[in-house]
Design a protein around this ligand. Structure first.
Ligand code: ASP
Length: 588
């Protein structure tokens, strides 16, 4: 008799013998009859033990939650009043003819599928948590997603190649995880932040279409929903251009949506330039389901004496903006205080606003603490610019560009959700024409917006005096407000690569030490190439509409980068440290 899963039981099994194995979900004694809910990944089925079969009944009496059992029995329909509509197999039960206890279990620390268990406990006993239906669903979905990706790239003639984990630092902007070498005393491997340099080297090695489901390691602040080790879909192609990579990826997502999301409607991909995204949404990961947009109003308020505005009017590094919230009039004083606190986290000094109680009556129908500073014609122009209606509220932000952008973006995101403004569906948008460099706010030095291997739109631009105006051939893909992937066409000439390193103030010695092998490879016949990488954990999270990437990973780390199940990281014994010539100096 073949073993089947609980939820596979159907009409065709009625009055037939079946064999199942799984975990005891629950035991109920009902006046001489014992009912067991048997659980496997697929679902639950009710087992019935009658006292007539003494030996088996005795075993049933000893069963406890999470015992692992194998049963044989006959599938019977339940009487109408006993049907359980909550489970798929609720119309049947199995009258047991044989049961074997395959393993006993201690009382579990929490019940499977209990949604009130704190996350630390769930992570500590992950093997129990994994039995629950949510993680089972998420991990099985993730597995299908990976299969779909692998199939797609094979069909497109890509080669799946593994790149090293013990390697040299790759600059993706985070801190490296280091591994000491025993054989080379005092030296360290770095775990890859991404396979960036290897995939580019593969192109130089004549592998013209590469992909990999790659593990990446970044020792960074885990405030946001990040993991120290995470998985990327990593792709690189030779003899290509931006549009070809974009098409390749759009087709991948069309396939994923059709095959595993069962969405065969035409999935649309929009495109927006980095500068427009910052201008309209204040960030480069706009959620196009959210209708809220920022409007510049410097030209309108240029003559006002209101110093919150006037001090920024002539500063090219500043923005003065208005954000209309449809029906925002209903926001209470407390709501506005909360929003003010929100924008203050991004450096804003306050949050001025106009409430539109009657748009036709500027005198009495527009309520605002800053109204006395603005004349009627300015107010009318602002209301026209944002196309305000009666019932709306208009918020203002005037500050340096970074503060305006980040605080307005936070308002847009927060209010979009709070006021239920998001439309349904999946909105993909490519962000293009990124600047090549941005200013490191602490040092004032240029840093790469993507990484230093990204090609400029035009190589001659590297000679421009204003290096921050140089555009790159980078692109990011954003889905519903989350950056799911990013990449670029790469620099494929040694001279250009060195020029970029120079702009980044990387000395010749540092270049040789860190990237000597790569510069050498670039000078030995490197084809033009480009690629992209996607965060697979984040993508899984989004497609499953989960709140955290930890729910997509079998054994995730906590927010403080430790594994509660294995207690890693942990100390090692002195002999091991000695072998590695490492001594621990305790923090003072
Ligand atoms: N290596 C880059 C990253 O991890 C992606 C790419 O440029 O292909 O973000």
């Amino acid at each position: 008799m073949n073993r089947i899963y609980c939820n596979e039981i159907s009409e065709q099994h009625l009055n037939k013998d079946v064999c199942l194995s799984g975990w005891v979900n629950k035991r109920r004694d009902h006046g001489g009859i014992i009912f067991i809910d048997l659980r496997d990944y697929s679902g639950i089925v009710q087992l019935v033990f009658h006292p007539e079969n003494k030996e088996i009944f005795k075993i049933a009496e000893s069963l406890r939650s999470e015992f692992v059992i194998e049963i044989k029995g006959k599938v019977k329909t339940r009487s109408t009043d006993a049907i359980n509509k909550d489970i798929k197999t609720g119309f049947v039960e199995i009258i047991i003819s044989n049961v074997v206890i395959l393993n006993k279990s201690e009382t579990p620390p929490f019940m499977i599928n209990d949604t009130n268990v704190n996350e630390d406990q769930r992570l500590q006993h992950r093997y129990i948590d994994l039995r629950g239906k949510e993680l089972q669903k998420n991990l099985r979905f993730r597995s299908k997603l990976i299969k779909s990706i692998i199939d797609y790239f094979h069909d497109e003639n890509f080669v799946n190649i593994e790149t090293p984990i013990l390697t040299k630092a790759t600059p993706e902007g985070a801190r490296d995880y280091l591994v000491p070498s025993r054989i080379h005393e005092g030296l360290f491997f770095a775990l890859p932040q991404s396979p960036q340099l290897f995939k580019q080297t593969l192109m130089i090695g004549g592998i013209d279409r590469y992909f990999q489901i790659a593990k990446c390691f970044r020792d960074e602040d885990l405030r946001a929903d990040r993991q120290p080790e995470f998985t990327q879909l990593d792709v690189e192609v030779s003899f290509t251009n931006e549009n070809e990579i974009i098409k390749l990826i759009e087709n991948l997502f069309k396939k994923i949506f059709k095959n595993i999301m069962n969405i065969s409607d035409d999935i649309k991909f929009e495109k927006i330039s980095y500068l427009d995204a910052m201008k309209i949404y204040g960030c480069d990961k706009p959620d196009l389901r959210n209708p809220l947009m920022i409007h510049d109003i410097k030209d309108i308020v240029k003559d006002t004496s209101f110093n919150v505005f006037s001090e920024h009017v002539n500063n090219p590094e500043s923005r003065i903006t208005a954000l209309k919230i449809p029906n925002g009039n209903k926001l209470s004083r407390k709501d506005i205080d909360d929003l003010t606190n929100l924008v203050k986290q991004f450096g804003a000094k306050g949050l001025a606003y106009l409430k539109c109680e009657d748009i036709k009556n500027i005198e009495k129908g527009i309520i605002s603490p800053i109204k006395k500073f603005l004349n009627n014609s300015i107010i009318t122009s602002i209301l026209n610019r944002v196309q305000a209606q009666t019932g709306d509220i208009v918020f203002f932000s005037a500050d340096n560009k970074n503060t305006v952008n980040s605080s307005m973006a936070a308002l847009i995101k927060h209010l979009g959700v709070k006021l239920n403004l998001l439309s349904d569906g999946w909105r993909f948008v490519w962000i293009q024409n990124y600047p090549l460099f941005e200013k490191d706010l602490s040092t004032g030095n240029p840093t790469s917006i993507h990484h230093p291997f990204t090609a400029p739109k035009n190589e001659n631009d590297l000679d421009l005096v204003d290096i921050f105006s140089i555009e790159s051939k980078a692109y990011d893909l954003v889905l519903n407000g989350h950056e799911i992937g990013g990449g670029s066409i790469r620099i494929h000439s040694k001279d250009i690569q060195m020029k970029v390193f120079e702009i980044l103030k990387i000395s010749k010695d540092e270049m040789n030490e860190k990237f000597g092998f790569f510069l050498d490879a670039l000078s030995h016949g490197c084809p033009p190439h480009g690629g992209i990488a996607f965060g697979l954990d984040r993508l899984t999270m989004l497609l499953l509409q989960l709140d955290t990437i930890r729910e997509t990973i079998a054994f995730p780390k906590t927010q403080s980068a430790s594994c509660l199940m294995t207690n890693a990281p942990s100390s090692v014994d002195n002999d091991q440290l000695k072998e590695l010539s490492i001594s621990i100096t305790k923090p003072k």
